[in-house]
Design a protein around this ligand. Structure first.
Ligand code: UDP
Length: 455
């Protein structure tokens, strides 16, 4: 897992990449950019000023800010996904701005042509822009194949009435996707096919199918059956590459990572620490926060807990916790070098919100999970990880202290936890092997490069 890629060959080709401006989307796009740079491509990154990447960490890339350059434009003052994204996604002017920028870039450096545009799947309007310029567009899908299959079935699930079922059906199986319970579908956070979020997902699926290919942050051995289904439903090439196996995402962290946690971990016993983090966006209320805190202390296991400022609604940071918290066994930080924490031998399990990057980082380091999904794809990935791959335990009923300390002990102490840890260790080995010559990820990366050189 290196950070500064070496490059030995040059393809004399430029690649333009356009990440969606949230941590879970920026990390894999910049990992991909570094990987392509190491394979001899010149890299140009288009980015918004909102959540702009740390440019100084990438002196080998060209950065161009687009879309929200006008400080007077009131549309750019909000920062949540719901408030922010539609301004760019649903508006024609986003497409016009991008087309102008791409026209300029295509006219530059004629001896180093642009091979293709790679955009986040959420930037669905970029497909029509790429088409109008005759520029191949590849999609980076930053979530699992499994959740993407479910998302592409939202119209079907809506037709069958799943989104309007009442609470008496929560525990029932979804017959079209037997792995799932009704509550997993409801946790996606849409009420019907007409919701703005459902429309965003529908446009994303449509324009992903219309692209020249899909790059997934995953590996074949993790989602074998799903890959077959994707190849059936999406008529374009898929390339599965587990980025955390190649590079750390620390360089693209928007928040400063507290490096002192590594020294703290050095002082803990092997596989003794529960690492707890719920990603860059999720929030809890004060009651849930206290349940988490009590569940952690009651488990009597050492823990390292990332409490992002803003994680608790209405609080700045830890003010609602009792003074004696976290006690001798715990450590709380604002943001951690997550991949390095997961790679540390003291880390025994990861209590996660099941964001796809966190999930894959955990699998790549062979760390068992406790899954507490919040919204979107997270409930689908939590179910997949706990019930299909069986490398995690799903905390199904929200945050309740007894259930939390019980789940922690199941994973960290009980026989069941040993079995889960063994399965995830085997899965990590499969990921390692997939990187070797003629392994699935190795072949996927090589064929992606050949493909990009063929445009
Ligand atoms: N992350 C980090 N430090 C932390 C917590 C998270 O660097 O303390 C990184 C993590 O390694 C992952 C990303 O933030 O790459 C979170 O992405 P994910 O898809 O898991 O969740 P999201 O934030 O999009 O909900």
């Amino acid at each position: 897992m290196g950070s500064k890629p070496e490059t030995s060959i040059s393809h004399n080709l430029r690649i333009i990449l356009f990440p969606f401006p949230f941590q879970g989307h920026i990390n894999p796009m910049l990992q991909l950019a570094n990987l392509l740079y190491s394979k001899g491509f010149s890299i140009t990154i288009l980015h918004t000023n909102f959540n702009a990447p740390k440019i100084s960490n990438y002196p080998h890339f060209t950065f161009i800010s687009i879309l929200d350059n006008d400080p007077e434009d009131k549309r750019f003052s909000k920062s949540s996904l719901i408030d922010f994204a539609p301004n760019f996604i649903f508006k024609q002017d986003g497409a016009d701005v991008l087309r102008k920028e791409l026209e300029l870039l295509l006219a530059l450096e004629k001896d180093k042509p642009v091979s293709c545009l790679i955009t986040d799947a959420f930037w669905h309007f970029t497909q029509s822009v790429a088409d109008s310029l005759n520029l191949p567009r590849l999609v980076l899908r930053t979530s699992s194949l499994y959740s993407t299959i479910i998302f592409s079935s939202i119209p079907l699930l809506d037709d069958r009435g799943y989104f309007t079922l009442d609470d008496s059906h929560l525990e029932e199986q979804v017959s079209e996707f037997p792995l799932l319970k009704v509550k997993d579908i409801l946790k996606i956070g849409i009420k019907s096919n007409k919701d703005p979020y459902a429309e965003l997902l529908s446009d994303m699926i449509k324009q992903t199918k219309a692209s020249s290919g899909i790059i997934w942050n995953s590996f074949n051995e993790l989602e074998e059956t799903e890959l077959e289904r994707i190849q059936h439903e999406f008529p374009v090439q898929s390339f599965l590459i587990p980025f955390p196996k190649y590079l750390t995402s620390s360089l693209s962290s928007l928040l400063d990572q507290d490096q002192t946690v590594i020294h703290w971990l050095d002082q803990q016993s092997t596989e003794s620490v529960l690492y707890v983090s719920f990603g860059s966006i999720s929030q809890v209320n004060e009651k849930e926060f206290l349940e988490i805190a009590h569940g952690l202390v009651n488990s009597k296991q050492p823990f390292l807990w990332v409490v992002r400022p803003g994680f608790v609604k209405g609080s700045t940071w830890l003010e609602s916790l009792p003074d004696e918290f976290p006690g001798e066994k715990g450590r709380v930080v604002k943001w951690a070098p997550q991949q390095e924490v997961l790679a540390h031998e003291a880390t025994g399990a990861f209590w996660t919100h099941s964001g796809w990057n966190s999930t894959l980082e955990s699998v790549c380091e062979g760390v068992a999970m406790i899954c507490s999904p919040f919204r979107g794809d997270q409930s689908l990935d939590a179910r997949y990880i706990s019930d299909a791959v069986r490398v995690g335990v799903y905390l199904e009923n929200g945050f309740q202290r007894e259930e939390i300390s019980g789940a922690i002990n199941r994973v960290m102490v009980d026989e069941e936890g040993k079995e889960i840890r063994e399965r995830v260790r085997v899965l990590k080995q499969k990921a390692d092997v997939s990187l070797m010559k003629s392994g699935s990820s190795y072949e996927s990366l090589e064929s992606l490069i050949d493909y990009m050189c063929s445009f």
